[in-house]
Design a protein around this ligand. Structure first.
Ligand SMILES: Nc1ncnc2c1ncn2[C@@H]1O[C@H](COP(=O)(O)OP(=O)(O)OP(=O)(O)O)[C@@H](O)[C@H]1O
Length: 269
């Protein structure tokens, strides 16, 4: 990756927004003695979708979890390097983890609604963060988040039913509604469609495309077509390093490295 600034994609997507959201420099992470991330430099632009691809165990989820400090919950983890969000060091002493996780929401591979009603799944976090106090404000926020997640019409008459009574695809959209209910800046998605059927997958992909108008989305995927369809930028991870980071169209049509080309074309991984 010579001839360009560390952390930037090799080729810029000229249709994309180029305001910086996240700046990562020389990020290293160890689980005990096992180094899982090595010298990661990566800039993520606002209001884009950035896909993280690469073979199993190469560090994609670990990297994602660094961005909302979820790795702090794992005792053996040691982290070195810099992660700035909107110019502020997220690992700095002044950074409040709870506030950070409000700004950086997360959606997991397996839909994981709380064992509560559809309504409460969405209303709980805004209430905890004191974003709403009156019931009418909460109702409004729940409706807006469910509409934005493309789920309102399907659930508006059964908001008191358990979240777990919904189909897998609906549960995942409920989890997305829950994430956006606290108005985050960034949404991390760890293989958000891998447990879903093709129709639910297409619905979630369409939703991601709409959500990127307002949120910065970083998604891990093993599905190359999905990365090609939804992502503005794609980073190829291998053995804990970012081997190539590029505008998605260029990455898929004309990868700059042999390793990325081999992975994308299914020669290994
Ligand atoms: N909680 C943990 N404790 C110890 N080691 C871990 C933990 N989580 C991940 N690792 C190790 O860190 C490395 C990177 O794992 P990670 O899950 O980030 O990879 P990945 O690219 O997301 O993989 P996959 O595509 O299979 O989800 C692997 O060697 C893995 O075994």
């Amino acid at each position: 990756m010579t001839g360009h600034t560390a952390g930037e994609p090799v080729t810029r997507n000229e249709d994309a927004n180029h305001e910086l959201s996240i700046r990562v420099r020389d990020l290293n992470l160890w689980y005990g003695d096992n180094q899982a991330l090595s010298g990661i430099d990566m800039d993520v632009y606002q209001k884009n979708i950035t896909a993280l691809i690469g073979p199993s165990g190469c560090g994609k989820s670990t990297y994602l979890r660094c961005l909302n400090r979820m790795n702090d919950l794992i005792p053996s983890v040691r982290i070195q390097g810099m992660i700035e969000m909107d110019g502020r060091d997220i690992n700095g002493k002044k950074m409040d983890e709870v506030a950070l996780r409000r700004r950086v929401g997360m959606v997991f591979q397996k839909p994981n609604p709380f064992p509560k009603s559809i309504y409460e799944n969405v209303a709980y976090a805004p209430r905890m963060h004191d974003l709403v106090s009156r019931k009418s404000d909460s109702d409004e926020l729940v409706e807006r988040a469910l509409r934005d997640a493309g789920l309102w019409e399907e659930v508006k008459d059964k908001l008191n039913d358990p979240g777990t009574s919904l189909s897998g695809g609906q549960q995942q959209r409920l989890c997305i509604a829950r994430a956006i209910a606290v108005s985050p800046d960034v949404i991390l998605m760890d293989e958000p469609t891998s447990a879903l059927d093709p129709i639910s997958t297409a619905t979630v992909e369409d939703l991601m495309d709409k959500l990127k108008q307002r949120y910065t989305i970083i998604t891990v995927t093993h599905n190359m077509q999905q990365a090609a369809r939804v992502a503005d930028y794609t980073a190829f991870f291998h053995l804990g390093e970012v081997v190539e980071y590029n505008d998605t169209k260029t990455m898929f049509a004309n990868p700059a490295t042999k390793k990325a080309e081999d992975y994308i074309t299914g020669r290994y991984g």
